[in-house]
Write a protein that binds this ligand. Sequence first.
Ligand SMILES: *Cc1c(COP(=O)(O)O)cnc(C)c1O
Length: 466
Amino acid sequence: MRYISTRGEAPALGFEDVLLTGLATDGGLYVPESLPHFSVEEIRSWRGLPYAELAYKVMYPFVEDAIPADDFRKMLGETYSVFSHQAVAPLVQLDTNEWVMELFRGPTLAFKDFALQLLGRLLDYVLEKRKQHVVIMGATSGDTGSAAIEGCRRCEHVDIFILHPYQRVSEVQRRQMTTVQGDNIHNIAVKGNFDDCQRMVKESFGNQSFLGGKTQLAAVNSINWARIMAQIVYYFQASLALGGPDRSMAFSVPTGNFGDIFAGYLAKKMGLPIAQLVIATNRNDILHRFMSGNKYEQHQLEHTLSPSMDIMVSSNFERLLFDLHGRDGAAVKDLLERAAKGPVSIEDYRWKHARKLFDSDAVDDKTTCDTIRDIYEKNEYLLDPHTAIGVRAARNCRRDSTVPMITLGTAHPAKFPDAIAESGLVVKPQLPAHMADLFEREERYTVLDNNVSEVQGFIAKHWKNA
Ligand SMILES: *Cc1c(COP(=O)(O)O)cnc(C)c1O
């Protein structure tokens, strides 16, 4: 399988290189040159498979040039055995034909574990083979940092440095990062905001000379193809559990960077019968505004009760734009260069095609809280604010009540106690047993000034073979 850039100029790469590369050299994102397609008979034959085995069936075509089948199977077995539920991605019923798929049974209680648990193992495997080392550098405002750290904690060939804004992430989120023990794990609290952290990461990727040529940076942000790939699997899993592929499913997906829902779009293209895909956003609704009015325009960032969806632009949307433009990289490049300067639209027939593929909705904080309360009162089931947005959007956008509607449950409610409190419920979400002592665990992090050379100096000094 070859991977090509959405901006049409960077060289095509194989899986190993795509894994180790963030952005393509032309600024684009890598996508498979072609997708595997599975027949209904084949998908039906996967009914009842354990999650890791299903993951093998769905993902192997993407990695087969790089990893022997047995090695990949073993890796998947290990990856998904760290989840705390036997079904890995269990379904919970909310109402007739309405479900939540709980994607928060991994080590950091958010769906990002599905991809990052695998990504850490993939990186270590490929680096071992190549006798290479990488430094992962990333900025986080919450969920990604902890999932990345958990994913890399046992990697031999990876050091990970995660920057978070000092005193500006929630205590649960901070502790999930800073209490993970390991010589290759480094948390840096920057005396600045999230944008400062992100700027330093970007600058460091642009000029890696501070590493002295002895190692290289790698990215684990949501544009990494391997993350998208791992997220395709659970769409198949949910469908098979509810009678697919012999009936269609609808999915509602709490969306920020468009990674998770893009995986659903790919599942459909790979042969899974999906009748409806709902893009659920919070007040940071660039995608909903585009879907409703064919205008792609950045607004100011709003801070909401669903912080993991607080974005101004959705980086993975570029991958959809590539398909909408008949995979014409030059057209995508032109469009996104214009979009960086002001609002843009696409040709009407292309936009209409996008509207056939997706429905969308934007949900504000008040409605998020109303939904948390409403579901708790009717079901005694506690939603986290991101999932609540998904459930609300699912109900608002539903087209056919005979089609099962599955909302992706992206985080455990205990990660976001403020939203639960704000919804007026007196119930307190409890951390699962394996994390109950989170507030007693020892923390390790270094506070640094908002200064890129100080941060780079720290990294240069502290990675394994420095
Ligand atoms: C990252 C995240 C999202 C958004 O996912 P995207 O793939 O960026 O669209 C939604 N909910 C939670 C809890 C997240 O951590």
